[in-house]
Design a protein around this ligand. Structure first.
Ligand code: IMP
Ligand code: MG
Length: 183
């Protein structure tokens, strides 16, 4: 995709920064004295994760898991591939999963189920963005950045066909609300 005009901002940098710091402080408050592991879901969470961990003044460990939904379109295909797994043992540890966006909820539901199988002492979800209009699977987000309308968003780690992850803010690339689809 080529673009001559800048991508319009939905969430500007300063709002992202303030919100990420607030989430960091909340996690810091909740996990003091606990054996904490943050698990970032790649690729989309890499920027959020890196800012978030720097807002948590506690001893903690970082790990990553990579999953991809098939296809490169703006609609998730409902199939998931686990590309690589966490390397730390999670048993008995307090785990917070760090995800970029919960759309239908399919991806994170599968990820949480896989991690629950490792028998952590506790398991919570931290997501930067939530699109409730598209929710199809029951997901509880324990730490949420922003609720957003049904737009396709990019930047701050999120991509469209691999592009725009490096945008320092959250922008919208579609022309407005999408049609609902069963895909
Ligand atoms: P879900 O499985 O439908 O919840 O989709 C979640 C995954 O789809 C996210 O982890 C993203 O990788 C991708 N995704 C969903 N909506 C967007 C969006 O608006 N922009 C970029 N990626 C998205
Ligand atoms: Mg993702």
């Amino acid at each position: 995709m080529t673009r001559s005009s800048p991508i319009p901002a939905l969430i500007p940098e300063r709002r992202l920064r303030a919100r990420v710091r607030a989430i960091g402080r909340a996690i810091q408050r909740d996990y003091r004295g606990r054996d904490l592991v943050l698990v970032g879901i790649l690729k989309g969470s890499f920027i959020f994760m890196s800012d978030l961990v720097r807002s948590i003044r506690l001893p903690l460990r970082c790990d990553f898991m990579k999953v991809s939904s098939y296809g490169t379109r703006t609609q998730s295909s409902g199939r998931l591939r686990f590309d690589f797994d966490v390397s730390l043992p999670l048993r008995g540890r307090h785990v917070v999963v760090v995800e970029d966006i919960v759309d239908t909820g399919f991806t994170i539901l599968k990820v949480l189920a896989a991690l629950r199988g490792r028998r952590p002492a506790s398991l919570r979800l931290c997501a930067l963005l939530h699109k409730p209009a598209r929710g199809r699977y029951p997901v509880t987000i324990d730490y949420l950045g922003f609720t957003i309308p049904d737009r396709f968003v990019v930047g701050y780690g999120l991509d469209h066909d691999g592009l725009h992850r490096n945008l320092p803010y959250i922008g919208a690339v579609d022309e407005g609300p999408r049609e609902k689809s069963g895909a």
